[in-house]
Write a protein that binds this ligand. Structure first.
Ligand code: DGJ
Length: 538
């Protein structure tokens, strides 16, 4: 431990001398936010382990090759409060250290998920000494006054206990990992949310609910009125943009106000935990949300988490949380991501159901939204890692990473994502219009007759006036100059590979593969990178 401390100190001093943060950090490039690791942008090609897989090293051991074979560069792993602090004030980081050491051997990075006070709304990972002392660590109550296995965010004791444990975790990480920087970011808590009522009815909560809405929140709303998300602005507007009064006076009576109230206090709590940790070791920190199903009332879904309609409340409560992330077990991928990327919130998807669509979606999250990365949940659950669309797409994205890093946020990169209900997207890039379609729209594949279509997706990057790279599968692109009186021709189209940013061309595709110059095509199921060059004729 002593030598670890010295290494940590030396690393800090070197970092200070270089003028760069000496740990992974976030940096803006144009409209994008990039994760910088050891001085370079890092694209997270990730996967989240099933909840229990990293609680036993013997169980985890055979999983590493599966992860590697899908071209992951990062694994999202929980850190359980109950396991690091089984006895109050006595910490045990041996499991975490083994996981980090093993990840290093595998040349993988980690993102840690702090399963502290809340995990999927509940407090199932609080240590026994917390769970068994309800008087000292009070619980949330539902509208009938029934205690839940949910620590109330209104208790100072609850906050203090979580903060102390999280501080120890960050202290330990700083010593154990600052030099190697295996751990890139930390998710604070997991899917915070109130259930089964829209708000907590414990005495501490009731007291706060009767009090005036904090001036800190009102000030934020007034200052940022022009950019508040419309669904929230509407609520405030309907009540006459009041600036003084209790929660129901300002936002009206109803479960929507219960949810706003809870969001404020959940965010205050989580921000305080994150801020305390960052003071010690300022890794980027984020929170994730279980998406609400459309039409459901607060209380019928984990309410008050960092959901898009509550983004302003979560932002107003503090700045220690760098971004909010959606967990996808619902449809409408594009819709939710559009909501999450408002107000410059960087997109990072820490969970998506691990299905056959995730390869194409990873490309879209990174290429279209300039996302920091992507991670399906229960990543080890595949029987056939080598056949996973995710692994194949990650293989391409890994090759493209230097180019993506260079282009992110500059308006020269985009992506497409298709299925049977969403088959076409027109992109204007430079002097050309690229009409991108699902490969099956050609009608050439027998699978085009199927009821559902595999997801097609690709990242497209413009590297020069008439030069483009496209990486993905299941996409066909026809081309036109911006000047509609002229015609675009394909000068060359070649398959190839990137290695450390250097392009090595392979097959030339100007025959059948481009339909004799009529389109650029990535056939469904074939994963490839193509470089194509266009010209204009009349
Ligand atoms: C979302 C949670 O964040 C995960 O920890 C896990 O419980 C999954 N749901 C299960 O589907």
């Amino acid at each position: 431990m002593r030598s670890g401390l010295i290494i940590g100190l030396v690393a800090s001093v070197l970092g200070l001398l270089s003028g760069q943060p000496n740990q992974p950090y976030l940096r803006n490039q144009g409209t994008a936010t990039q994760l910088i690791v050891e001085g370079k942008p890092f694209l997270v090609l990730g996967g989240e382990l099933g909840n229990s897989s990293a609680t036993d090293m013997n169980y985890l051991q055979p999983i590493w090759p599966t992860l590697k074979s899908m071209n992951l560069n990062t694994v999202l792993v929980p850190v359980f409060w109950e396991l690091i602090e089984p006895t109050e004030g006595i910490f045990d980081f041996s499991l975490l250290d083994s996981t980090i050491s093993e990840a290093r051997k595998q040349d993988l990075k980690l993102i840690l998920l702090w399963f502290g006070s809340w995990k999927n709304s509940m407090s199932s990972h609080a240590p026994a000494w917390i769970k068994k002392n309800q008087e000292r660590f009070p619980r949330a109550k539902d509208d009938k006054g029934c205690s839940q296995e949910i620590l109330t965010p209104f208790s100072e004791n609850n906050l203090k206990a979580d903060v102390q444990a999280f501080e120890k975790l960050m202290q330990h990480l700083k010593v154990f990992d600052q030099k190697q920087q295996t751990v890139l970011m930390v998710q604070v808590e997991n899917e915070v949310g109130m259930l089964p009522s829209a708000r907590d009815y414990c005495p501490l909560a009731n007291e706060k609910f009767g009090q005036n809405v904090p001036t800190e929140l009102i000030n934020y709303l007034q200052k940022n009125r022009a950019k508040l998300v419309p669904e929230f602005l509407k609520i405030w507007e309907q009540n006459g943009f009041k600036s003084n009064g209790a929660w129901e006076e300002i936002f009206g009576k109803g479960t929507h106000t219960d949810e706003l109230f809870m969001a404020w206090y959940f965010s205050k709590f989580t921000n305080a935990v994150a801020a305390a940790g960052k003071k010690i070791y300022p890794l980027p920190m984020f929170v994730n949300a279980a998406l609400n199903r459309t039409g459901r009332e607060p209380g019928n879904y984990p309410s008050a988490g960092p959901l898009p309609h509550l983004m302003d409340i979560w932002k107003a409560a503090g700045t220690a949380i760098d971004f909010f992330s959606p967990d996808f077990y619902n449809p409408d991928f594009k819709h939710w991501n559009d909501l999450y990327t408002r107000q410059d919130n960087p997109l990072f998807i820490p969970e998506h159901r691990f299905d056959k669509t995730v390869g194409a979606k990873a490309a879209y999250a990174i290429g279209h939204y300039g996302g920091l990365g992507f991670a399906p949940f229960s990543i080890e659950s595949t029987e056939e890692p080598l056949n996973e669309p995710l692994g194949k797409m990650y293989g391409l994205l890994a090759q493209m990473s230097p180019l993506i890093a260079q282009q992110q946020g500059k308006g020269t990169m985009d992506a497409v994502l298709f299925d049977k209900d969403d088959t076409e997207k027109v992109l204007t890039m430079g002097d050309f219009v690229l009409t991108c379609r699902h490969d099956y729209t050609l009608g050439w594949s027998p699978n085009a007759k199927n009821e559902t279509w595999e997801s097609g997706g690709a990242v497209i990057v413009q590297t020069d006036d008439s030069e483009y790279f496209v990486a993905g599968t299941g996409v066909v692109i026809t081309l036109q100059p911006l000047d509609r009186n002229k015609i675009a021709g394909i000068l060359s189209d070649e398959e190839g590979q990137f290695s450390e940013g250097k392009w090595t061309p392979g097959r030339k595709l100007n025959g059948d593969q481009t339909h004799q110059g009529r389109h650029v095509r990535l056939p469904m199921g074939e994963y490839a990178i193509q470089r194509f060059e266009l010209y204009i004729y009349e």
